[in-house]
Design a binder for this molecule. Structure first.
Ligand code: A3P
Length: 320
């Protein structure tokens, strides 16, 4: 993967090092490309985005899960995987359902990691292929749009996203870097200087396209999913073309999927081991709450973020 990243860096650096750049999250240099900020030299970077735009081939049967990091990507991956594969696997605890033995990120890969992988783990012969991405709508590889693929977008209230990022970064920080303070985090986040930021523009774009093309893009919020998971799972299944039959509903399949993909269950399954080197499986499961931001953000920070949201994304129904 490192070698492939180096190749992409070499191929694209002349194109992006001349773009506007700023120091942002974790003191990284971020480049402004097609209206969004990207770091370089990692999986979720400007060079992987450019390479995907140049080379990625979508199939019309593909399903894409689009999110900003920390908005519930792991959860939506698990739910969609469980819905689409529900005939293939059983949900009883003795079964070898992939979600009972591995990380949801292993079940649904990011296109950003696939492009770097020498040996993609994904079974390309299978339809539908399930992929995730953090790429903003404007910058999606054209073939995804041309093929008319279904896209599920999951968004989350920006304050919980900020706080989730904050804990995630500090948990992963190694000894070479000091822990980030919430003030530092707030400073960069509120300026939009985050990978794939500004957050509000990412959400706004997908929300707009989803309201224009509701059969192609389903817009979900983490908060609605929490309040009424079963009904949202049914809606998701219909959108994906995998509606539950009356018989399935009667025997409780929807509830089984909700339970299988619940925060508590996935946290337990992923309490040990590493997802990748330096990234323990449990990093993706912290608190899983709505409104948990209030223990980390000051009232003033909250007010500023509310104002930014109202200014940029008032149309988007996100519960703060
Ligand atoms: P917190 O840090 O607020 O707990 P992502 O998957 O996009 O990286 O987002 C991570 C956030 O989703 C974390 O939020 C994590 O705890 C939460 N999360 C992970 N799995 C979840 C699940 N099954 N249900 C609800 N929230 C989940």
């Amino acid at each position: 993967e490192k070698a492939n990243l180096a190749l992409l860096l070499d191929r694209y650096k002349d194109r992006f090092t001349t773009l506007p750049n700023e120091k942002g999250w974790m003191s990284q240099t971020l480049y402004m490309y097609q209206g969004f900020w990207y770091p370089s030299e990692n999986t979720f970077s400007i060079e992987t985005t450019m390479a995907l735009q140049d080379t990625f081939q979508a199939l019309s049967t593909d399903i894409y899960l689009a999110t900003q990091p920390k908005s519930g990507t792991t959860w939506i991956k698990a739910l969609v995987f469980a819905i689409v594969n529900r005939i293939r696997y059983n949900y009883d605890t003795t079964s070898t359902h992939p979600l009972l033995i591995s990380n949801p990120h292993k079940c649904v890969p990011f296109i950003e990691t696939e492009i770097l992988s020498k040996t993609p783990t994904y079974d390309y012969a299978k339809a539908p292929r399930l992929f995730a991405t953090h790429i903003p709508y404007t910058s999606l590889p054209q073939s995804i749009l041309d093929a008319g693929c279904r896209i599920v977008y999951m968004c989350r209230n920006p304050k919980d996203v900020l706080v989730s990022w904050f804990h995630f970064a500090n948990k992963l920080s190694d000894k070479t870097r000091s822990q980030m303070t919430i003030d530092e985090m707030f400073e960069v986040y509120s300026k939009g200087l985050m990978p794939y930021g500004p957050y509000w523009n990412h959400v706004k774009e997908y929300h707009k396209v989803s309201s224009e093309h509701p059969t192609r893009i389903l817009f979900l919020t983490y908060e609605d999913m929490k309040i009424d998971t079963a009904n949202k799972v049914k809606r998701l299944a219909e959108f994906l073309g995998y509606p539950f039959t009356e018989e399935e509903e009667a025997k409780g399949t929807v509830e089984e999927i909700v339970k299988l993909c619940s925060f508590e269950n996935l946290k337990e399954v992923n309490k040990n081991g590493d997802f990748r080197e330096g990234i323990p499986n449990d990093t993706f499961f912290r608190a899983g709450k709505v409104g948990g931001w209030s223990s980390d953000l000051t009232t003033e920070m909250s007010q500023i973020l509310d104002d930014i949201w109202i200014f940029h994304s008032n149309q988007v129904p996100v519960t703060n």
